[in-house]
Design a protein around this ligand. Structure first.
Ligand SMILES: [Zn+2]
Ligand SMILES: [Zn+2]
Length: 240
């Protein structure tokens, strides 16, 4: 018995060690989700072992939401390097000016959503939110198929117009994570009754560019809970 036991333990240890190491080298990007503003908007901070970070859709609106975001960045000793916008609807950019000033970083988005930045204050006034802060003009534009790099992390840009013309999703392939703004939700899809909206275009784009990702891909939406590509393929009534 003694002779048999040792090799078993050794090989088990070997398996555990191998697994732990491969995990470390491939899945190092981490994320933190905040839900901000009266719109219940999901903001994500993505960061990796270099401590560089990006802020996807900074929707922080109230002073206490600015504090929550700052505390997280400080506690984890992160260095934000870019604001990434899935699209430029106001609820996704409420905090853009605040984080741009605080961390001296610029905004990157798809060019076809520039309209919404220029309309930001008019839209805010229509919602009775005159205290909203105008976001900075973009410093960078990305297109479908581009790779955005920060730290050791690469995000693929997937352009899916139809909720807004410049709507994009950020895909992190190594862990199968998709940050898709208001393109796709658990059991639903984005509205298309705003300027630049087009329902058929949106559904076509989701089917062609998102539902073709692996089923276990985790979908993080701009509002509400997360889902997976597989679950949306099976259950989403808009994608039948
Ligand atoms: Zn939207
Ligand atoms: Zn939204």
């Amino acid at each position: 018995m003694q002779i048999l036991k040792t090799p078993v333990i050794v090989s088990l240890l070997f398996l555990i060690t191998t697994f732990a190491c491969s995990n470390k080298t491939t899945n190092t990007m981490q994320y933190k989700n905040f839900t901000f503003s009266p719109f219940g908007e999901n903001t994500f901070v993505l960061y990796d072992e270099t401590n560089e970070a990006v802020i996807i859709d900074p929707g922080n609106f109230h002073p206490n939401e600015n504090e929550l975001l700052d505390e997280f960045i400080e506690e984890h000793n992160l260095k934000p390097v870019q604001i990434l916008a899935t699209h430029n609807h106001l609820d996704h950019l409420f905090g853009a000016k605040y984080v741009a000033d605080k961390y001296s970083i610029g905004l990157a988005c798809h060019k076809d959503d520039l309209f919404w930045i220029n309309e930001f204050m008019n839209t805010a006034k229509r919602y009775g939110l005159e205290e909203a802060q105008n976001p900075p003009q973009p410093e960078k534009y990305f297109q479908h198929g581009d790779i955005f790099k920060f730290g050791n992390t690469e995000l693929e840009i997937i352009h899916v117009p139809g909720h807004s013309q410049g709507g994009v999703a950020f895909y992190y392939k190594p862990s199968g994570l998709l940050f898709c703004g208001d393109i796709l939700f658990q059991g639903s899809v984005g509205r298309s009754d705003f300027p630049g909206g087009n329902h058929e275009q949106l559904i076509g784009g989701i089917k062609e560019k998102l539902l073709t990702l692996p089923d276990p891909t985790i979908v993080f939406s701009g509002h509400g809970p997360s889902s997976t590509i597989g679950a949306e393929k099976r259950n989403n009534p808009f994608l039948r």
